[in-house]
Design a protein around this ligand. Structure first.
Ligand code: VGL
Ligand code: ZN
Length: 219
């Protein structure tokens, strides 16, 4: 891929993988395509969900509430509640040992404020607290963002939508993601991404694009 393309690997962390606290169905299937893709990108960044104890997105922080319920926060925003996951510094929050991306240039952490969640790698859930990623990508000269990882309908979708809002051409590599699909969230996420002109590609098509054309004589 070109020097202005970047691969973003969202939340491939133990808690979202089989056996983890918030395991995404078939989540482990993203690791092999992501490793294959990473060899064809000159630039790769990773994200890491990174919550303090007592985080607002944890059902355990809300009396009488269970995981996967939705509550309305004090400012009127809905918040889906989750099992405790990705606690800062724990094994569950660690990036998968299966990733083979030594060259990754940046790890962006998100959701590290007790009272604010963040699905997107660009802007936290209040829709105005930036993570700094848009500025980083702009300053580095990237123009096109390829998004992979977990979960399709939460952190991947919100990251892709915010990448579009920030003005980047954006591609989700479908088979390098897996979703949670709570209450129709998968269909809603794809509809929102389609409306925002987020492109969808398969890993094999992205790899085929990265083949260097052979010089030809024109005949
Ligand atoms: C995620 C739910 C809660 C994700 C993170 O990575 O998609 N989902 N925290
Ligand atoms: Zn989280």
């Amino acid at each position: 891929m070109s020097q202005t393309d970047i691969l973003v690997v969202v939340d491939v962390q133990n808690d979202f993988l089989p056996g983890g606290a918030l395991a995404v169905p078939d989540g482990g299937a993203v690791v092999a395509p992501i490793n294959a893709l990473a060899q064809h990108f000159a630039h790769v960044i990773l994200t890491q969900d990174w919550h303090p104890a007592g985080h607002i997105s944890f059902a355990s922080s809300h009396v009488g509430r269970a995981p996967f319920e939705t509550v309305t926060l004090a400012d009127g925003r809905p918040q889906v509640l989750w099992p405790d996951h990705c606690l800062q510094g724990t094994t569950g929050a660690a990036l998968s040992q299966g990733l083979r991306i030594r060259q990754a240039e940046l790890i962006i952490r998100k959701g590290y404020r007790t009272s604010l969640d963040s699905y997107s790698a660009f802007v936290e859930a209040d829709a105005r607290t930036p993570t700094g990623l848009a500025g980083y990508l702009r300053e580095r000269g990237f123009t096109r963002v390829f998004v992979t990882g977990l979960a399709t309908d939460f952190c991947v979708a919100w990251t892709a939508l915010d990448a579009r809002k920030a003005g980047f051409a954006t591609v989700v590599i479908v088979d390098a993601t897996r979703g949670i699909d709570a209450g129709g969230s998968m269909a809603a996420a794809w509809a929102a991404m389609d409306a925002a002109r987020v492109a969808r590609m398969m890993t094999r098509d992205v790899l085929a694009l990265s083949i260097e054309p052979r010089a030809n004589s024109g005949r």
